[in-house]
Ligand binder design. Sequence first.
Ligand code: MCA
Ligand code: AMP
Length: 483
Amino acid sequence: MSPLLPTLSAAVPPDSPAARFGRLTLTHAALATAARALAAGLVPGRPVAVWATPTPETVVAVTAALLAGAPAVPLNPRSGAAELAHVLGDSAPAVLLAAPGEELPAPAAALARLDIDLAARASGPPPPEPPDEAPALIVYTSGTTGPPKGAVLPRRAIRADLDALADAWDWTGRDVLVHALPLFHVHGLILGVLGPLRLGAAFHHLGRFSPEAAGAALAGGGTMLFGVPTMYHRIAEALDGDAGLVRALAGARLLVSGSAALPAPDRDRITRATGRPVIERYGMTETLMNTSVRPGDDAAPPGTVGTPLAGVELRLVDDAGAELPPGDPESVGEVQVRGPNLFTGYLNRPDATAAAFAPGGWFRTGDMATRDGAGRVRLIGRRATDLIKSGGYKIGAGEIENALLDHPAVREAAVTGEPDPDLGERIVAWIVPADPGAPPPADALAGHVAALLAPHKRPRVVHYLNALPRNDMGKVLKRSLHV
Ligand code: MCA
Ligand code: AMP
């Protein structure tokens, strides 16, 4: 079995950079030895939690877990108490890896902890390569109801996905990827970290996103930029009057957007100002990447997410589950995919895993799309209205409703998403207060949700009602919830 991260065992030039965060650069050689030292303390097959701050320590920790064959559970370091307790209870990690000095909140602090030492030096040979079907990562993702589910991603899926992307984007060891994505989701961690590492390439993580920081990193040697549409929106807004940013983007080899739909006005402003297209690719936590526009496909109409990546089978099906004949750009169906890029299932959730697949091993994405004669996919919406994409994060309305109902001043709660020029969608809460004379303030509810779940799940707008609109069965009529 060839290694998932070949540069950890192969000889690489001792000072070739792998990961840069601020002024700190980790070379491939330093990463390999620190990760091997940490891997020696991990047990194959036993999950390890990683306190996934945007730091070199997270890169060493995830690499060590991959080396050891211990499934890594990346944690959002801003997780609230309930979300953290759920993820830790569900994944039952043997140990938590964190940067030295990192203060952990209660449920995480109770775990056995190993500090990540960037300066540690390995002794002895690297551990044997784990089997290809062994779980590599467990990434938590929201559904329409209930708490997030852990998607179990085998090494095979990561390997297949990264090789297909390298092929689609001509991504090589000479590229320097720039991004500021969180390291506890597929986009930032698999594409943004493991992508360059597998190729022996480098990435430059900005720590915190700003158009200026992205421009400076591209001007300073970056060749590719990965971002969610909110980041491209902020870049589009900053281009006017920033000639340096325009030059930096114009000099990039590849600008890639994903995780949510890129609005046409933002895409067009960037292309007009810089002469560079922004390429869209389409994926999901459970499937990794399914399709991408290919650089240089000038015939690709803007707004498509391209054609399937190597090895990915994709079909559209109607409501009855019948496959739509390809080639009719007007027929809308649910996207279903099959291939080596797929996860193996949701941790501890055989029910949800079974429901996610159609007969024949096709994964039901829940995304609705059309396909043109050349096979290019155009996403037009989602099957579930209870899934909200805000800032590129997928958020289930149900988990926010439950958190709101936990507030003593809330009697009833419903959550919807509404269009937002910056976030794509913003979270809107519709509240029936326990005491109509003393409704809880909006910022108290936002703080409550942020503390229980995560700051990006907080409602941005709160409306107060005397009662929620319901049908005869008592189900909330979300379509009637608008101002
Ligand atoms: C404000 N804040 C609060 C509160 N109010 N914190 C706690 N309680 C409150 N009541 C803080 C926030 O924590 C944050 O703090 C600051 O206010 C602003 O936060 P916010 O407005 O939410 O957003 P932002 O910081 O401006 O972030 C925009 C962003 C971010 C950078 C675009 O949304 C982001 O990183 N998105 C990436 C999502 C992603 O990677 N998705 C991939 C999953 P402070 O200022 O201190 O930070 S999808 C995926 O993986 C699939 C496979 C795919 O296809 O890619
Ligand atoms: P997640 O479950 O957080 O991994 O998010 C996956 C979802 O993000 C997909 O099912 C799509 O709805 C959405 N998504 C990802 N990439 C794109 C894209 N390029 N355009 C539109 N939606 C996207």
